[in-house]
Ligand binder design. Structure first.
Ligand SMILES: *Cc1c(COP(=O)(O)O)cnc(C)c1O
Length: 374
């Protein structure tokens, strides 16, 4: 190759770190020749999707030759009724990842900046740099804080300057599991200038225990027109493979987000599956209960092993393994268990473990116990 394409790429693209996904089960099978594999690496729903979603997808398969409804009328109508908002406040995305990128594309240019916290979700820097904007990373809470490594509202606020157009807040955050309490988030939103769009990423919202005092942000949309709340069908609804998520915002903001999306960004199967899944309250309650029990199972095991963990209201636990998290991750792989190292998030001693079924958690706990004794 005589042409240096790397040099031709946009500066933000040249310096961006690609997203590192959880290791797929099929890859471990290929590389290690293992068959009985447990994957607790991508915060997926161990129960799978609602049976209603599966029926809806089967019925829609034969329509695959047609373009999907580019406005997602039925899903938006169902979401609007469920959330008590108007359809004009909704933007559908190819996963909520898509909606995060739409926010960056609609509001950022190379002159502007986006603020987010250290140890925050890895898509924020990617979305920011891909449009040539500058990422400003706010210090997270110190390790001895009640919410260790979590978002620090004061640091986020102090990172805002004249060039700030966007702030990303993951509530709860991945990979830490930490969250901002209602009063903290409300205080922060009140202090942020109206000209800064604040994206509150609630990918794990359905898992949050009401006792955790995690804000009900939809109630604030009237008061904070600069607020974008994002949610997904990938986590509690078990549709990660189909890619569908959404944003709720002021209609003016929603209109801007909708202008920059691909005309058919959510496929026809994802649309019908999400609409059906939304209706299946029992299935959602089953996964919530399973997650609560699994979270206890995992925490009890950590206690026995003398390991500490970060507070979490998601479907995962970030555990301090007291040594290189990546080494523990590699040792677990040999035993057919996939967890997630988070050294790329600045947390080299931690391992992020998704909550699985009771049997999956037991496999993880047995493997982890053996690895720590090696
Ligand atoms: C998983 C996750 C998402 C989104 O995933 P999608 O599959 O694109 O909806 C968004 N934010 C956080 C913090 C996540 O952990």
């Amino acid at each position: 190759m005589t042409c240096d394409y790397f040099a031709l790429a946009a500066p933000g693209v040249r310096s961006l770190q690609p997203y590192q996904p959880g290791k797929p089960e099929s890859e471990l099978r290929r590389e290690y020749g293992l068959s009985d594999i447990v994957k607790l690496a991508s915060n997926e729903n161990p129960l799978g999707p609602s049976p209603r979603a599966l029926v809806a997808v089967r019925e829609a398969l034969s329509d695959m030759a047609r373009y999907p409804d580019g406005n997602g009328f039925e899903l938006k109508t169902a979401l609007a009724a469920k959330l008590g908002v108007s359809t004009a406040m909704l933007t559908l995305g190819n996963g909520s990842n898509d909606v995060l990128e739409l926010a960056a594309r609609a509001f950022l240019t190379p002159e502007y900046e986006a603020v987010f916290s250290e140890h925050a979700f890895a898509v924020y820097p990617i979305a920011t740099q891909a449009v040539g904007a500058t990422a400003r990373v706010a210090k997270a809470n110190p390790p001895d804080h009640a919410m260790p490594y979590g978002h620090d509202p004061a640091a986020l606020l102090a990172s805002i300057n004249d060039r700030t157009r966007l702030m990303f807040i993951a509530n709860p955050n991945n990979p830490t599991g930490t969250w901002l309490k209602t009063a903290e988030l409300q205080g922060l939103l009140s202090d942020i200038p109206e000209s800064v769009i604040v994206v509150v990423d609630e990918a794990y919202g359905e898992y949050v225990d009401p006792a955790a005092d995690c804000a009900d942000t939809l109630r604030w949309l009237d008061r904070f027109p600069n607020l974008i709340v994002t949610r997904t069908f990938s986590k509690a609804y078990g549709l990660a493979g189909l890619r569908v998520g959404y944003a709720i915002s002021h209609p003016v903001v929603a209109d801007l987000l909708n202008r920059v999306r691909q005309p058919f960004n959510v496929n026809s199967l994802a649309l019908v599956a999400a609409t059906a899944a939304l209706d299946d309250v029992d299935h959602l309650q089953r996964i919530q209960a399973l997650n609560r029990a699994g979270m206890q199972q995992l925490q009890e095991a950590c206690r026995r092993l003398g390991l500490s963990w970060l507070p979490s209201v998601g479907n995962f636990l970030c555990v301090d393994v007291g040594r290189s998290g990546r080494e523990v991750f590699l040792a677990l792989l040999k035993r057919g268990v996939i967890a997630r190292p988070v050294d790329n998030y600045g947390l080299p001693r931690f391992l992020r473990i998704s909550i699985g079924t009771e049997a999956e958690n037991t496999r993880l706990i047995e493997a982890l116990t053996a690895v720590l004794q090696e």
